[in-house]
Write a protein that binds this ligand. Sequence first.
Ligand code: HDE
Length: 715
Amino acid sequence: MTSKEPQHGEIPGAPAAVPPPVDEPTEPREPLPPKPDQRAPETVSPTGQATGAPPAAVAQSGAYLTTAHGTRLHDTDHSLKAGPRGPVLLQDHHLREKITHFDHERIPERVVHARGSAAHGVFESYGTAARITRAAFLAEGVRTPVFVRFSTVLGSRGSADTVRDTRGFATKFYTDEGVFDLVGNNIPVFFIQDAIKFPDVVHAAKPQPDREIPQAQSAHDTFWDFVTLHTEATFHTLWNMSDRGIPRSLRMMEGFGVHTFRLVDAEGGTTLVKFHWKPKLGVHSLVWEEAQIAAGVDPDFHRRDLADAIEAGAHPQWELGVQTFPDTEDQMFQGIDLLDPTKIVPEELAPVQPIGLLTLDANPSNFFAETEQVAFHVGHLVPGIDVTNDALMQGRLFSYVDTQITRLGGPNFPQLPINRTHAPVNDMLRDGMHQTAVHRGVAPYRPNSLDGGCPFVAGAGDGAYIESPVPVPESRKVRDAAASFDDHFSQARLFWLSMSEPEREHIAAAYSFELGKCYEKAIKERGLRVLANIDGELCRTVAEALGLPAPEPTVELADPQPSPALSQVGRTWPLDGRIVGIVVPDAGKDVADARQAVLDMDMVPLVVAPTGGDGVQRTYATARSIEFDALLLAGSPSGDAPVDARLLTLVGEAYRHGKALGAYDGGDALLAAAGAQTSSAGVISGDSGTGVLGQVAELLGSHRVWDRFSAHPGV
Ligand code: HDE
C-alpha cells in the first residue's frame, strides 16, 4: 500500500480525467475516459453473463448531444418558440423530455442509512475458513470482486458525515455462487433484540415529527425518551456515546456482522460465527470538537477522505475475521447468549481469526448508479453461510427486499448494473417495472415440458443452497424472549471498565451533551438512572454536568473482566495515508525536502500557506485542523504584524485535539503564540523538518497524543 501522486494536480480531488481549458471546447470528441481511480460495475447481463462491453461505453457514447433515443440535437439552450418573443410550442419534444426526466431524477432515500459513500474492491480469501464453510469464495486464494457502502444511520442523504451515530458497513461479494451481502455496522451490538422494535427505535431517533429537527442527531428528547425506557438499548447507546460514534475516517473503522451466523462445511457440519472487519490502519476517532467543526467546514469529510485516499493509491484494507463457537443446542458461549444481538463475545474469550483481506482500490464512476442504487440484503447468502434464529436477523430477512420495491421502483432492482450477480441467473421471475432481461421460452414455471423442463433444481452436489437442517426447539407460540435477554447492563459496564481515562472522559462528555440537549427533566433523570446501572463515576460526572442529583443503581453492578480489545488506546498502527500539514507562514520558503520525506513514509503532505500559489495545497482560508493528523510548523510569521487569527486557530486546535506537532526554523514562536506549550507531550521542536518529522511519525503510530487530553478537559 503506497501513497502516490494523483494523476493530475498536486492533491487528490481533480474533478475530471484531464485538466479543463479556460475556454469552452468546440471540437467534437468522444466522452472523456473515467478518472484512473474510478471503476464502474462489471458489464454483465441481467443474467450474470459477461458482455465484454467496456464499462465506459455503456453510459454516454458518441461525440454529439442526442435525445434519449439517439437523435442528434443542434440546440439545447432555447425552447422551440413561435418567434423569438413568442410562446413555447407544445411540440418541443426535446424540451419536454429534458424537463420531464429532470423532474423524476430523485428516488426515495433509504429510510435509514440514507447518507453513504462506497468503493469497489477485491476480497482475497486466506482459506482459513475452508474447514468450517463450503462457501467457494472462502477457499484459499480465491479473489472476489466486492462493492462496499459505508453509511450513517439517522441523517438524510445530504446530512453531515461526522455526526455522532452508528456507521453502516455493507459489503457485496460478487461470488461465483451468487451474491453474498454482509450488511453490518461499525458497532457490534444493536439497540433492540427483536425486529418488531425497529420502527420504534428509528421513529424515536429520527428528527421529531412536528418540527423535523434535529437532523442526523440523537441529541433530542424522543431518542432519549425511548432508549431510557427500553433499556435493552443501553449497550449500543454507550458505544455511540464513546469515540466509536465519531470515526476519524471510514478507513479506520471496525465492522461487525452483529448477528451470529451459521457456517456449514462440505459434510453439513455447522459452526456458529460472528464476523469482524479489522482495519489495517487501526480504529481511530475524531474528538467531539473536530466532529463539530467538520460538520460545518466540510460536511463531506468522510466521503472525501475515502475517495481521496483511494485516488492517491492509499488503498484501505480490512481483514475479515471470525469468532467461532460450537453450534450447541442452547446457542450460548460462556454464559453469553449468541442469539442476543445486544451482546458481544469479548475477543479475549474467543479470538478473531483472520479469514481474508479486503482492499478498496477504486472509486465509483457515478454516485447515483452505484452508491445510491446498490441494494443489500441479509438474505443474499451463498452455500456454506446460513442464518440463525436471532429475532432481529429474522426480521431483516423480510425487510430488505420490501424496502427496495419502494426505493428502486419495483421488483427488478437485482438487474441494476451494480446489483447484478456474476453467477448465471435462471430464476423464473418475470416482467414487472423496469424489466431489462429479454426472457425466452414459454414456460417460466415448474414442472414443465414445453421448455425442456428448464430450469432444473440443483442438488447439494450441484452447488445448491440448502438450508441447514438444524432442529427447531420444541415450544409453544409466544410473543416473548429468552430470560437471558433481560440483562441490559452487565456488558455496558464491561465496556466502560475497558476504556482508558481519556475515552471515559469523552463518554461522559457525550452523555452530558446529549442529555443536556433534551428539554424534559424527566428524561434526563431517567437517563441518569440508566447510567447508575452502568457505573457510579459515569453517572456522577454526567449528573454534575446536568445539575441533577446522581441516583443509586437499581441493579447489582456486575464485576466483569475488562476487554482491552475494546479500547482504542495502547496500540500502534501503520502510517499509510495519514495527513501531515506543513505550515509555511513565510510564503516563499522551500519545503520540498519535508514534503518528500512525508511522501516517503507513505503519508500525504499538504502545504498550508497564507495564500494560494504553486506548491500550496491549502491556504489560511481553506485549512482547518480537522483535516490533519499532525502539523509541521516550518517557521513562524515574521515582522511585527499580529499573527493571522486563522493560523492561530489551526495550530491551537491541533494542539487541543491531541495531535502531534513538530516545529523547526523558529516554529516554536508560533506554537507559543497559539497557546501550545512546547514542554507538553507530543510537541517536538528541532532544527530540520526531516528530523522533526521522524519523531512526529512515531507519535502518529498511536493516533493521538493521549496524555495531552488530561491537560485539556472538555475537548
Ligand atoms: Fe438495516 N435496513 N435494518 N440494520 N441496515 C436498511 O435497507 C432493517 C439492522 C444496515 O448501505 C434498509 O436498503 C430492519 C442491523 C445497513 O445500502 C432497511 C432492521 C444492522 C444498511 C433496513 C435492521 C443493519 C441497512 C434501509 C431490524 C447491522 C445500509 C434501506 C430488524 C447489523 C445498507 C435498505 C446500504 C439498511 C431494515 C437492523 C445494518 C429499511 C427492519 C441490526 C448497513 O431495509
